[in-house]
Write a protein that binds this ligand. Structure first.
Ligand SMILES: NC(=O)C1=CN([C@@H]2O[C@H](COP(=O)(O)OP(=O)(O)OC[C@H]3O[C@@H](n4cnc5c(N)ncnc54)[C@H](OP(=O)(O)O)[C@@H]3O)[C@@H](O)[C@H]2O)C=CC1
Ligand SMILES: O=C(O)C1=N[C@H](C(=O)O)C[C@H](O)C1
Length: 279
């Protein structure tokens, strides 16, 4: 039987950390061999499976990725930005591939990730679900065909605990629209409207953020033309979609050479989908 891919799950106590452990125990080609938590947390030493509400795994949660990394083929990171960057340094030291789902990296922090990917396989994706990634793949072609007469607005809704806005997925959707129009998102993004903000700027890509209770994650791309509106919506009903995508990515990444990858690579969407109106 082929050896299973050994995983470290960081931020193991988080919503995504627990979903990852739950999803991993359902697969026999992957094995959680390390679970990392916040230094000083009360749950350190607890079994990772029990922390996630599944069967005991015989893997105690520790705060030290470096001490555990020898037993690991891939690190899966859904922790805060600062913790993720510290773990990148550890992965670099040990040449361990890394799947990162954390959102909210600043441009210079993304550059750090890209630099690391020259030495290790590193996958960064703001959304690991198949549905969002298919939408990301089709959106450039859709917006290119619609042309200039359609105003693009991106609306996202998440739970009340989310710390970054707009979501990483919303920004990626904005980038896909911008790509279809041949423009740079940062030059056309409209992040807030208040007071007398004036009429809509031609060609701008607007963002609106909603936060409430336990919403897992919802994204809508509005493409509003004269007399009609196309709305493309993805709704996540559970975090297992993201977790299963991240596990699929980890398995795939364990077989790659150093490089900077995303979920489009894993799903074979990088060349763009074949559409009747593709170039
Ligand atoms: N790419 C994707 O598909 C998805 C990405 N995400 C992203 O994943 C990230 C996490 O989301 P979510 O799981 O909801 O977040 P949570 O708030 O549920 O979890 C945060 C985790 O980080 C840990 N943590 C907090 N501070 C530190 C620290 N200083 N050092 C180490 N660990 C720390 C927490 O530990 P403790 O419990 O001890 O405080 C907890 O385990 C976000 O960036 C989110 O946007 C989320 C879903 C899908
Ligand atoms: O914080 C979350 O929960 C989520 N974050 C990701 C993002 O910022 O896009 C993905 C998902 O929507 C859930």
């Amino acid at each position: 039987m082929p050896q299973s891919t050994r995983l470290a799950i960081t931020a193991a106590s988080g919503r995504m950390g627990r979903a990852l452990i739950q999803a991993a125990v359902a697969r026999n080609d992957l094995q959680v061999t390390a679970a990392i938590g916040r230094s000083g947390a009360a749950y350190l030493g607890q079994d990772a499976g029990q922390l996630a509400g599944v069967q005991p795994l015989g893997v105690p949660v520790t705060a030290d990725l470096a001490a555990a990394i020898a037993q690991v083929d891939v690190v899966i990171e859904f922790g805060p930005v600062a913790a993720a960057l510290a773990h990148v340094t550890t992965c670099l030291q040990h040449k361990t591939p890394m799947v990162i789902g954390t959102t909210g990296f600043l441009p210079e922090q993304q550059d750090t990730l890209k630099a690391a990917s020259q030495h290790i396989p590193l996958l960064l994706a703001p959304n690991m679900s198949v549905g969002v990634n298919v939408l990301l793949a089709f959106l450039p072609a859709i917006t290119r065909v619609l042309g200039e007469g359609y105003d693009a607005e991106i609306v996202e809704a998440h739970h009340r605990h989310k710390v970054d806005a707009p979501s990483g997925t919303a920004l990626a959707l904005g980038r896909a629209v911008a790509q279809g129009r041949g423009v740079v998102l940062e030059e056309v993004a409209c992040m807030d409207r208040n007071a007398i903000s004036g009429p809509r700027q031609d060609g701008s890509i607007g963002f609106a953020t909603l936060r409430g209770a336990d919403v897992v994650g919802e994204h809508t791309v509005w493409l509003a033309g004269a007399g009609e509106r196309l709305e493309l919506t993805h709704r996540a009903a559970s975090r297992l979609n993201f977790a299963e995508g991240a596990l699929r990515a980890a398995h795939w990444l364990s077989q790659q050479v150093p490089g900077f990858y995303d979920m489009q690579d894993v799903l074979g969407l990088k060349q763009g989908p074949v559409l009747p109106f593709s170039d």
